[in-house]
Each structure stands twice: as C-alpha cells, then as structure tokens.
Design a protein around this ligand. Structure first.
Ligand code: NAD
Length: 476
C-alpha cells in the first residue's frame, strides 16, 4: 500500500472505499495498490487550498516563478525514476517517456517566465473619455480543481499545474486512477521546495473522487482533461454552481496526404500520428485522407511499416510501440476490431490483439472506410487507423471537417501554399504542416466543437487561471 494523498502539506493514507491497483500493462499485472481518498478527504484538500489562497496570491510573481523553476529543476533530478515509472505504468517506450518528462520540465520553466511578466500586464488603460483613469489588475481565479487522464500524466498535469500556480491559484489535483503514482512526484517536489502547505493538494481516486471534486462548492474553477462523457458531467456540475470550466476532450483527427509528398516521409508521419503512445492520444491522427494520385504507392508501404513495427515490453525489449495502458482500454480497442468485422471493413494490417501476456494490440489499418462507419467517426484511443481516398482538395477538407470533434489535423504537401490554405480551412485547434504531433509550450492546445472549451499552453493557458479586474477612478 502506498501513502498517496497530499493534503495541506502532509502525506496521508486514503480513507475511501476503493482500492486502486497500479498495473504494469506489458505483463497485465499489478505492482502497487493504494486506497482512494474519501469524500471527506476531498473536502479537506479543498479547504486546505482555500486556506492557502490569501497568502499564496500575495506572494510576489518573482517568488512564484522561483518555485516553478524549482519544479522544473527537481523533475530533472528525478529523471531516471520518472522515465522508468512511465515505462512501467503507461507502457511507454523509453524515448516517449523522455519526451514527456522534457515537456513537463519545459512547461514549468515557461510559466516561470510568464509569472515574472505578470506585473507588467497590470497597467493603465488608455481611455478616450476625459476625467477618468483606469487600470487593469490580473488576479488569480482562486481555488482550482484539476482532473486529468492517464495517457500523458506528467505532461497533462504540468500543463495545468504550472499556469495555475503561476497565476497565484491554489489547486487540488486528481490524477487518473490508472496512473496515480506518477503525479505524486509533484507533491514530493512541493515538499522539497517548501511550497507553502495547501497551495498544491493531490487526491487520488476513481470516478467517485473525481465527482466529489468537480461538484465541490469550494472551487472557483475546474479544469478537466478526459473523455467527452465525463467532460459533460463535469460541465453539468460547473453549470450547477455557475462557475468556469476548461475542458480538454477527445478527438478524431485527420491527416491529409497530397500526391506531391515523398511517400516514405509521409508514411513516417502517418505511422507516428497513430502509434505514438500506442495511439492513446486525444490528438491521434486516426483518419487518413490520401490523395488518389499517391494512394496506390502509399498504402502498401504503410501496411509494411505498420506490420514491421516492433511492439513489445519497453522495460525488456527495444520497441517502437508498447502495450495499451489499461485492460479497459485493451477491451475497448478489441471491441472496435469486432465492430470492424461486423461492418465488413477491409483490414490491411493488424485488426487483432497480440497473442501474449499483457494488453497488446497490433497496429491496425482499415482502408476505404465508409464515412458512416463507427470506426471513422468515434474516438478509439488505440493504434487503429482508418483510411479513405480523396480526389480534390475540397473533398479532403469536407471529409476532415465532417466530425463532432475538432482537436487537431496534419497536412502533408510539398505545395506550401496549398498546405497553408487547407490548414486555414480545417475546423480544429491546431494544425501541423509537414510534421506530426509537434507540441510547443508557446503555442496553444485545445479544440473546437466537441473537443473542448478553452485553451492550454502559451499565454492562453495562463489566462485560463486569471480573472480580469479594472479599477476606474474619477479624476474630478
Ligand atoms: P476519463 O474521462 O475516463 O477520466 C479522466 C479523469 O476523470 C480521471 O481522473 C477519472 O478518474 C476522472 N473521472 C471519472 N469519472 C468522473 C466523474 N464522474 N466526475 C469527475 N471526474 C471523473 O478519461 P480517460 O480514459 O482517463 O482519458 C482518455 C480521454 O481523455 C480520451 O477521450 C482523450 O481524448 C482525452 N484526452 C484529451 C486530451 C486533450 O488535451 N484534449 C488529452 C489527453 C486525453
């Protein structure tokens, strides 16, 4: 049993009723367990954050920035342990676990800089009307609940924690029950740095704990990353309290490949867009739209690339792709293989679970998938790619946009004017041209349509935790 809840600056045992098993997905076996937080412990965490708020919001921006730099540095000092834990608990290949860690470090460093610049954003407003002055004050939103999923635990939490602390908010973080140990690091770092008690609180648990937090009357805001079904419940709780919510939800994103692309390069981008993190990415480019002129050359090469990918246990083998992170996810992906068979889809690669211990599936490619197929429309969250051919740019744009989601897209073309034009026409929050899944802390993250509300990263990420106040004074 692990002591796993960080409340008011102290590590405490869970008093909830759920026992959480922490699994190694490559073996399909647990390696740790912990008791979930009780509803009363969620109350204590929110109360601790509330108590800490008045002092934390008065801490100077430079001091907050110093804490954030401390987080970046301390993450670096725990490098090997964090890489191993992500490999073991998420099933991430080593190079992916390294990139996640570097992303989290860069996020804390970036928001340290933005925290220092905050006072400059509190400035006089030029008024056209005479006789008055006005000034802006950017204030922390207050006590914020942060609920995150399991697919990028270090990163997703860093994207919320760093801007929230930079803004002067105090927080209660609820990691996913699938990966509850990884974010404990943030509590350990808070301890090491002497972050004032209650500024960062961490409660672990399943849906019950999440719901206790998201519906808590003591929050000023909730920021949620996860599925659309839970996101809508979280939004309902927020609406009952009339308070703001940021939602980072699912996706069904397109990669559009025009016929002027180098075939090998395009195959590399397509494979990375669907097999990174075993396809368990909100931003997976799981819809391939391939131009008629290149399809016959590209699809067999893509089939070969997927079939020769090294899939295995990242802790014991040199791999390109690990297992799915949870048994639930493995069963979900397997159910889509069954649906594909029922729908009579043409399977060019994979389409099955691997016959070995652990939660492995083969990288999968279905071709000529009808637009009304469930696999074309639903987020699968696994290495399952659906392809369709297109003949005109307009058709590609229409089919890419024909989705309830709008998170990301990739456009591959040697004609940059065309690529930029298509990027402008796509109804999503982020488009990559001739690259794949390149996320920079300075650019925004978030989606249109059913992919969510609000933006993370960049100055937009910080704004999500700031409240704008104006003080207007009559000179007369
Ligand atoms: P999930 O919605 O099942 O769980 C997310 C979090 O919500 C977990 O911590 C979970 O314990 C908690 N939760 C569960 N029920 C709850 C409830 N009733 N009230 C409050 N909290 C509750 O999602 P998941 O399976 O962990 O993650 C996969 C999903 O996350 C996918 O849909 C994926 O697209 C999405 N995601 C989106 C982004 C993005 O940036 N848009 C990033 C990563 C993942």
């Amino acid at each position: 049993m692990t002591t796993s809840h960080y409340i008011a600056g102290r590590w405490v045992e869970g008093q909830g009723s759920d026992c959480i098993s922490v699994n190694d997905p490559a073996l399909g076996q647990p390696f740790a367990e912990l008791m979930a937080a009780s509803v009363a412990q969620v109350d204590q965490a929110v109360a601790a954050a509330r108590n800490a708020l008045p002092t934390w919001k008065q801490v100077s921006a430079n001091e907050r920035a110093a804490y954030l730099r401390g987080f970046a540095e301390q993450l670096g000092q725990r490098r090997e342990a964090l890489i191993s834990l992500q490999m073991r608990n998420n099933g991430k290949p080593r190079h992916e676990a390294e990139i996640d860690l570097d992303d989290a470090i860069a996020t804390f460093a970036y928001y340290a800089d933005l925290a220092e610049q905050l006072p400059e954003r509190n400035r006089e407003v030029a008024l056209a009307a005479p006789g008055f002055t006005a000034r802006t004050r950017l204030e922390p939103v207050g006590v914020v609940g942060l609920i995150v999923p399991w697919n990028f635990p270090l990163v997703t939490s860093a994207w919320k924690l760093a801007p929230a602390l930079a803004a002067g908010c105090t927080v209660v973080l609820k990691p996913s029950e699938v990966t509850p140990l990884i974010e404990q690091t943030y509590g350990q770092i808070a301890d090491t740095l002497g972050l004032p008690a209650g500024v960062l609180n961490i409660v672990n648990g399943k849906a019950e704990t999440g719901a206790a937090l998201s519906s808590h009357s003591g929050l000023d805001k909730l920021s949620f990353t996860g599925s659309n079904s839970v996101g809508s419940q979280v939004m309902r709780s927020a609406s009952a309290q009339c308070r703001p919510v940021t939602l980072e939800l699912g996706g069904k994103s397109a990669i559009v490949v025009f016929d002027d692309c180098d075939v090998d390069q395009a195959v590399e981008w397509i494979v990375a867009g669907i097999t990174w993190n075993a396809g368990q990415m909100c931003s997976a480019t799981s819809r391939l739209l391939v131009h008629d002129g290149i399809a016959d050359a590209l699809l067999p090469r893509l089939q070969q690339a997927l079939e020769t990918l090294r899939v295995g246990n990242p802790l014991t083998e040199e791999v390109d792709m690990g297992p799915l992170t949870s048994q639930a996810q493995w069963l979900k992906v397997a159910s889509y293989f069954a649906t594909a068979r029922e729908e009579g889809l043409q399977c060019l690669a994979g389409g099955k679970a691997l016959d070995r211990d652990g939660w492995f599936v083969s990288p999968t490619l279905y071709t000529d998938v009808p637009v009304d197929s469930r696999l074309w429309n639903e987020e699968i969250f696994g290495p399952v790619l659906c392809a369709r051919r297109f003949s005109t740019e307009a058709q590609a744009i229409t089919e890419a946009n024909d989705s309830r989601f709008g998170l990301v897209a990739t456009v591959c073309s040697a004609d940059l004017e065309r690529a930029e034009r298509v990027a402008d026409a796509l109804e999503v929050g982020h488009v990559w041209i001739n690259s794949v899944q390149a996320v920079f802390v300075e650019t925004s993250w978030g989606g249109t349509k059913g992919s969510g509300i609000g933006r993370e990263l960049g100055p937009w990420g910080l704004s999500g935790y700031l409240s704008v106040k104006h003080v207007t004074r009559c000179l007369g």
